[in-house]
Design a protein around this ligand. Sequence first.
Ligand code: FPP
Length: 240
Amino acid sequence: MKAPKFPKGSVPDHVAVVMDGNGRWAKKRGLPRTAGHEAGEAALFDMVEGALEVGVKELSAYAFSTENWKRSPDEVKFLMGFNREVIRRRRDQMNEMGVRIRWVGKEKRLWKSVLDELLEAEELTKKNKKFTLNMCVNYGGRSEIVDATTKIAVDIAKKKIKPDQINEKLFSKYLYNPGMSDVDLFLRSSGEQRTSNFLPWQSVYAEMIFMDVLWPDVTRKTLWDAIAIYGERDRRFGKA
Ligand code: FPP
């Protein structure tokens, strides 16, 4: 499929995606929930390719949230193993495409084997400048803000910084991935209209689009359709 030509300035730099609806997609087909997650892999990487084709610079994918530990032990086990496998299987392809992979999340509880795989992918792709794929694994927005606050408190106690130096710019340096840019376009599949603790700090001025499609049915075309809607929005950032 040929990529559309969007007018200059109407393509978001940073797109965040909540990949929701895998379970429902599987249920509709009489399959186990895990089959829905498996089918979701192709959707994510098709979206990455589609993003590259139209000049998006960064994509953040919510692959496992700090709340997902509440799922059944079997599903948690599957999702951890699946993340590890996907990173291992896709990192060379991503590297060849000029994609830099970053892990964004909390270390506590995350399986060491998954973290190792993510860090290896980060190392392999660290020189790539064209595009960044943030794999948000064991990520929670509130926990990101609380953890940043704790690190700031530690630095104050060590007299590295003073309380009156704290401002938005300094605070953002303590987030999980300080290099991450603000989210321009926030997408969620499956028709649910919630942000579910994904990138709250970075998304305060994001345009939100909730798509009526289950995640495994998403393709690059879904992204392009959302970008066309985004291009029509009037972003004022608080200005009149
Ligand atoms: C939500 O679907 C999805 C997740 C819990 C995140 C995991 C996403 C994937 C495995 C997709 C691809 C990811 C990678 C790493 C390639 P759900 O289970 O909440 O669906 P439901 O709301 O229909 O039950």
